[in-house]
Ligand binder design. Structure first.
Ligand SMILES: [Zn+2]
Length: 406
């Protein structure tokens, strides 16, 4: 959460994006969780950044981490049988898998592992490891890949993650080379790959199980007991806030050999991020693991920008999608429940009747021939200009019209 606080300070729009993602998550949980799902496979690239030979971890150590992620997010972990009886009922197969990328962002074959020699003897949460220009390695497109950096994090830090809603250049997870996978340089008690399981949980919008606060602060999951702080080691009998803590949860701070469970509500939060309109939905159409989904798919429009923002309206723009016959657009004030909707064959639309100095979000969905749709994109956010009177009815209209003559 230290990193989350820094993002809030550095990126003035981050808090609004987080708020929009949380509103979307709550709406998804209320309306859609429990519906039919298919297993989602996330193309993953591991960037090994090393100063010493031991930091240049083996392919086997990388592969062992992928294996752990695939076990933990499918509840195929051997220690699932150790989950305390009172929590077995809420344990979840999160139906998320990870594949090492086979195609890089340029369309070339790859092992899914990059290796970068650096003069930096250690990194920290300042994100330098995420930039080639600062001794690390640039992120691959976060819309198509999960970026996992492995380096010497120094000062006892095991790993850190960026929540959905942050900047593209720094999106992903960083792990210390001794807290990654379950072989090679991995060192006890963090040698079973659970640091990455925990951090990828954050990357998919999970909070710490104690909510990063006292008994009254929640992790937005009703099926995890209240807790007043992190647990370390593995004391299965820990009581806080009047109930037994779920110290075996991946989102606590316990040792690797203690952790073995995600819950159903944690699963719903992660599935929301991967659902149509979710912040990481685009990963489902990635070709990073040789999906080869060209031609027959109805893709979400990229190149989404908001222009001409005044106190009462804005123009929403996106790039044309091959095979598209029209586009559905929806927008709303951040934090409200009801979408204003519109449709156009063009690649822009005017969003009018807005209130001054207010945060709005919008999404676009491609309609292809035959009536198939792409599902809505992730939200784009903008803030209307201050001053002036705001309208009371909002409208999405053709770009060559406005509320006055539509
Ligand atoms: Zn954490």
């Amino acid at each position: 959460m230290e990193v989350d606080a820094r993002l809030r300070l550095e990126d003035p729009n981050y808090a609004a994006r987080m708020e929009a993602i949380e509103a979307f998550t709550q709406e998804y949980i209320a309306n859609e969780a429990g519906g039919t799902r298919t297993v989602v496979t996330i193309p993953t690239v591991v960037h090994v950044v090393y100063n010493t030979a031991s930091e240049n971890i083996s392919d086997a150590q990388v592969l062992s981490q992928l294996e752990v992620l695939n076990e933990d997010f499918r509840r195929l972990n051997a220690d699932a049988s150790s989950t305390l009886a009172e929590f077995v009922g809420v344990a979840a197969d999160c139906e998320i898998e990870f594949c090492l990328a086979t195609t890089d962002p340029n369309g070339n074959p790859t092992t899914g592992i990059t290796r970068t020699s650096t003069t930096k003897t250690s990194f920290t949460t300042d994100d330098k490891v995420k930039y080639t220009s600062q001794g690390g390695h640039d992120a691959w497109d976060r819309n198509s890949y999960l970026n996992l950096w492995v380096c010497d994090l120094g000062s006892g830090l095991l790993g850190y993650a960026q929540f959905p809603g942050g900047a593209a250049a720094t999106d992903g997870v960083v792990c210390d080379y001794q807290a990654f996978g379950n072989t090679g340089a991995a060192a006890a008690p963090f040698n079973l790959g659970r640091t990455a399981t925990h951090e990828v949980g954050h990357w998919l919008n999970l909070r710490h199980i104690w909510g990063d606060g006292g008994c009254g602060v929640d992790d937005f999951c009703a099926d995890t007991p209240s807790s007043d702080g992190p647990n370390y080691g593995c004391n299965l009998g820990t009581i806080s806030c009047g109930t037994k803590d779920m110290v075996q949860n991946y989102m606590d701070y316990t040792d690797d050999d203690c952790m073995n469970i995600f819950t159903q509500d944690q699963k719903s939060r992660m599935q929301a991020v991967l659902a149509p309109g979710g912040a990481r939905y685009s990963l489902l159409s990635s070709d990073g693991c040789g999906g080869g989904g060209g031609g027959g798919t109805c893709d979400v429009a990229g190149g989404r920008t908001t222009t001409g923002i005044t106190s009462s309206q804005a123009t929403l723009n996106w790039s044309a999608v091959p095979g598209a016959t029209s586009y559905n657009v929806r927008g709303r004030q951040v934090g409200t429940a009801t979408w204003a909707t519109g449709s156009t064959a063009s690649t822009s639309i005017n969003y009018t009747g807005l209130t001054a100095d207010t945060d709005y979000e919008w999404q676009v969905e491609t309609v292809c021939s035959g009536g198939t749709t792409s599902g809505y994109s992730a939200s784009e956010l903008f803030t209307t200009a201050g001053g002036g009177g705001g309208g009371t009815c909002t409208d999405l209209g053709e770009p060559n019209h406005n509320k006055g003559n539509a």
